[in-house]
Design a protein around this ligand. Structure first.
Ligand code: ADP
Ligand code: GLC
Length: 499
């Protein structure tokens, strides 16, 4: 049995702000249980729902010196859906209304988290062979493992795997501050280790010290080695190319299942898709006050409203998108200017634009089910899960060909009928608009091709089965000791022994 510990800052069903939580909450369930014991360690945020917090059981507590204070750390555990979760309790750090705050505070609390996780391990009666870190919040775990924790034999030979979910976020602050929080010597703050562009960089520390690096699609694994997508770390990623692979994300096919989805007014499968989607569309139009017409082309957006997701292109083209023959339903929160953009158009065209500026899991499912197309013109997209959810619900994604979007959406070919969506290559508003118009023409004038594609989209397999096998192979590889190469006997040595 190989023991693997996932460490992350968010995870469904406890706490979610984006796709990271979906991945950390679903992937552990898909490993071969005969061979892998995969557990998860998270902060015990006070903003986790009471119903979940009340099911956590206290295991132990201890104190560490951190940032001039002696800090209490509690460790709790809980089994959920067959997976064991550990929680690091510190009301001082995780008592806020949201998992993240400003960068300075986040740096302080996640360096604390990294230290607390490692300190807790010898006390929980379970030793991981691999610690699988996710994103910058866990960046110092491989560094600490190389440093102060080496003194304890418990940690010898624990390997690390580091998954980049989004290279944009790196946990960067001035060297003095991070050095003091981390209590690391000057040795670590040079350009081949944690220093980058005159600052200290937690993600870089993780990427330098981890045994293997993964990211969440094959295309993104290539893109981040280029200057455009590399966010200043492309040189390091090129240098570590031999230890870097892309493994595309899956989604939880049990949770995102239109045939059993309690959020839907009418559940449906690939055979009942046409009637099912029609009924869900009318129900959503009714609920949101849009004109009730099942034949109107409906585009959905469920997203963090940030630049990453391509909203400056959408902004530029809103007049053209919001034509009388189109409905647009947006669910999202984020940058104020984008929230206002959608509110403005919803006010102007109440019959055909709906701006739902909040976070709601059930509403997201209703949108994935009711819409005909799903718009995701990202500037960059490490993987993207929303397009996978759309495919699962028979809603055709309109995407830019980048990262995971390129790897998971096959563009429509009107000559062969192939495809599961629509895509464009350049980050250009007109290219996006042409693609939306092409999708709309196909919907209105070649419905048979559209419906065939929607059925095909539902039949794609983006469950975790294939990708979990790839992670298992990676774990196998990282745990296999390098072969011992015996020095070849030289002619001289041979003749010496013969004499
Ligand atoms: P990212 O992690 O970059 O935000 P992903 O596509 O990987 O993008 O994952 C986004 C996840 O967050 C999906 O599960 C999506 O349904 C969900 N999501 C985003 N915004 C909202 C919202 N306002 N309400 C409900 N779910 C949302
Ligand atoms: C990040 C990325 C997104 C990816 C998710 C899960 O939030 O922005 O593309 O799907 O992580 O890996």
């Amino acid at each position: 049995m190989k023991n693997v510990l996932f460490v992350a800052s968010e995870c469904v069903p406890f706490i979610k702000t984006g796709g990271l939580a979906d991945v950390v909450g679903s992937l552990p369930k898909y490993f071969n249980k005969e061979e892998y014991d995969v557990r998860v360690m998270l902060p015990k945020y006070l903003c986790i729902k009471d119903t979940l917090r009340s099911r956590m059981n206290y295991i132990t507590h201890f104190y560490i010196d951190y940032n001039w204070r002696n800090q209490y750390i509690g460790v709790l555990e809980m089994e959920y859906d067959g997976i064991k979760f550990y929680f690091i309790d510190s009301e001082f750090y995780y008592g806020g209304p949201w998992p993240y705050s400003n960068m300075y505070e986040d740096i302080e609390k996640f360096i604390f988290f990294d230290k607390a996780c490692l300190s807790a391990l010898p006390l929980i009666g379970w030793r991981p062979d691999i610690i699988h870190c996710h994103d910058w919040q866990t960046g110092l775990i491989p560094v600490f493992l190389n440093d102060s924790f080496q003194g304890n034999p418990f940690f010898h030979n624990i390997k690390t795997v580091f998954t980049i979910h989004n290279l944009k976020f790196q946990g960067v602050w001035d060297i003095k501050t991070i050095r003091e929080f981390a209590n690391l010597s000057d040795y670590y703050f040079t350009s081949d280790k944690l220093e980058a562009y005159n600052a200290a960089n937690m993600l870089k520390g993780g990427l330098v010290y981890t045994d293997r690096i993964t990211t969440v699609s094959e295309t993104y694994a290539e893109e981040i080695k280029t200057e455009f997508y590399g966010e200043g770390l492309d040189g390091l990623l090129r240098a570590r190319d031999n230890q870097l692979i892309g493994i595309v994300n899956g989604i939880d096919y049990n949770f995102y299942d239109p045939a059993r989805d309690e959020a839907l007014i009418v559940p449906y499968n690939a055979d009942s898709m046409l009637e099912g989607k029609r009924a869900n569309k009318i129900a959503l139009q009714h609920e949101l006050g849009l004109e009730e017409n099942p034949d109107t082309f409906m585009i959905g957006i469920v997203s963090r409203l940030t630049d990453q997701k391509g909203f400056d292109l959408v902004n530029y083209m809103m007049e053209n998108i919001c034509q009388p023959d189109t409905q647009l339903v947006v669910l999202g929160t984020g940058e104020y200017r984008y929230e206002q953009l959608f509110r403005y158009y919803a006010g102007r065209f109440p019959n055909r634009v709906s701006a739902q500026i909040y976070y709601s899991e059930p509403m997201s499912h209703k949108i994935y089910a009711a819409c005909d197309a799903f718009l995701m013109p990202s500037l960059f997209e490490p993987c993207g899960l929303s397009q996978l959810m759309s495919l699962r619900y028979g809603t055709l994604p309109i995407v830019r060909e980048t990262g995971g979007l390129r790897d998971t959406v096959k563009p429509y070919n009107e000559y062969t009928g192939e495809g599961t969506g629509f895509s464009f290559a350049n980050y250009n508003a007109h290219e996006m608009m042409n693609t939306i118009s092409y999708a709309k023409r196909t919907y209105y004038h070649n419905r048979m091709a559209w419906d065939t594609m929607a059925k095909r989209a539902m039949e794609q397999d983006f469950s975790w089965d294939t990708s979990a096998r790839k992670y298992e192979a990676l774990y196998e590889d990282v745990l296999t000791p390098p072969p011992v190469i015996e020095p070849e006997e030289t002619e001289n040595a041979k003749s010496n022994t013969e004499e």
